[in-house]
Write a protein that binds this ligand. Structure first.
Ligand code: ITT
Length: 197
């Protein structure tokens, strides 16, 4: 089954394919008229609300196109740092583009509680139904930027199962086995496989 991922982030598409292709799905980026659909990102404290709102927009945009009967996927994710009361959370994209990784490390300077989590909410629409699943990856914020792979906050996030390595130091299959995206996407794949769907 093909799933059309509504995202501007090619890294997410590649990770989603790595996670879902062994489960029998093919993930492709949704392009309408050759362009990534321009979705409004609502202001909300809840990434689940953001994902659902964006999926509703994507469904509307797909109406009347060749994609209207296909499974559409939106995924909203973010980094939630405990000692910063969950910041940057829903503002992760903006914070990454503005103060960046070094800005986060500065905010954490001298902080001994470095615990944090990545969260992802995957929302899929298929034939009028909307299915959602959340994935969480607990870990800590590193003291320095390390690693070359992955994207976004990967060079400063050390998952608790990763033996001290940041996500950017993990091969992609190792990251996906423990990542927020891995758990969220496996969750929706199970819902898509339910006999009633
Ligand atoms: P779309 O909204 O177009 O899907 P995006 O990159 O803006 O793409 P998000 O809003 O979901 O995606 O991501 C929020 C921020 O969190 C953004 O800066 C990402 O780079 C970062 N992020 C999300 N997943 C991540 C991951 O697995 N590893 C590192 N950073 C991640």
């Amino acid at each position: 089954m093909r799933i059309l991922f509504v995202t501007g982030n090619q890294n997410k598409v590649a990770e989603a394919n790595g996670i879902l292709s062994p489960l029998g799905f093919v993930v492709e980026q949704l392009l309408i008229g050759g362009e990534v659909p321009d979705l409004i990102e609502p202001q909300s404290d809840e990434i689940e609300e953001i994902a659902k709102f964006k999926l509703e927009q994507a469904v509307s945009l797909s109406m009347g196109t060749e994609f209207e009967n296909e499974a559409l996927l939106v995924e909203d994710s973010g980094l939630f740092i405990d000692s910063l009361s969950g910041f940057p959370g829903p503002f992760s994209s903006f914070v990454h583009e503005t103060i960046g990784l070094s800005g986060i490390l500065s905010l954490m300077s001298g902080e001994t509680d470095r615990t944090a989590e990545f969260r992802a909410v995957a929302a899929v629409s298929l034939q009028g139904n909307m299915l959602t699943s959340t994935g969480i990856c607990r870990g800590v914020i590193s003291e320095k930027i390390s690693g070359e792979s992955g994207f976004g906050y990967d060079p400063i996030f050390i998952p608790k199962e990763a033996n001290g390595r940041t996500c950017a130091q993990l091969p992609s299959h190792e990251k996906s086995a423990i990542s927020h995206r891995g758990f969220a996407l496996k969750g929706v794949s199970e819902l898509l496989n339910l006999p009633s769907k």
